[in-house]
Design a protein around this ligand. Structure first.
Ligand code: 5GP
Length: 172
């Protein structure tokens, strides 16, 4: 618990980024600190449980997801923004405040029935997490949970994830 307090102290709150009125939680200092990075990686890996693959959501989810996978002793697969992958297994488009975004799963790496744990740095409105989980479900994966460093509880992103288990190390 003391370790997580220290992690919380390292999260930097940036007013009016990326738009006026938004308080952005910058987790860069957490990743830059060896002890804090080890804490969050180890905690999330413990939650990954029986997962066979850890999914990292572009882009900060890659950094966390890869480290969590290594600690959990499994592989990692990225969920990427559209247009980055040579071959795509599944694709989902979701609404942003302005416009839409598309996320994609690479072909040939997540087998139907594979148990996956999905990781991203921050759970805000839940649109990104919901789209990531939806495309994994499209590919036949069994999602064991969603893990994040920080949940912005006022935005109620959890409500978009149905009864999926959400593991948030910090909340704000
Ligand atoms: P959502 O789709 O839940 O609204 O937004 C989550 C996605 O946007 C995540 O991929 C996350 O990286 C990014 N995001 C949204 N708000 C924040 C924030 O305050 N801090 C950080 N680090 N990422 C955010």
């Amino acid at each position: 618990a003391d370790d997580l307090l220290r992690v919380a102290e390292l999260v930097r709150s940036v007013p009016d980024y990326p738009q006026p009125g938004v308080l952005f939680r910058d987790i860069t200092p957490v990743l830059a600190d060896g002890g804090a990075f080890a804490t969050v990686t180890t905690e999330l890996a413990a939650h990954a449980g029986e997962a066979e693959i850890v999914i990292g959501v572009e882009a900060r989810g890659f950094l966390l997801g890869a480290a969590v996978a290594l600690v959990a002793g499994v592989g990692t697969v990225p969920v990427r923004k559209a247009g980055k992958l040579p071959a795509v297994a599944a694709s989902r488009t979701y609404e942003l405040e302005y416009g839409t975004a598309t996320l994609q799963l690479p072909a040939g790496v997540v087998e139907p029935g594979a148990r996956v744990y999905v990781v991203d740095d921050v759970l805000a409105t839940g649109g990104t997490a919901a789209a990531s989980c939806a495309l994994l479900a499209d590919a036949g994966a069994e999602i064991v949970g969603f893990g994040t460093l920080m949940e912005l509880t006022a935005l109620n992103g959890r409500s978009k994830l149905g009864d999926l288990r959400v593991d948030a190390l910090l909340s704000a």
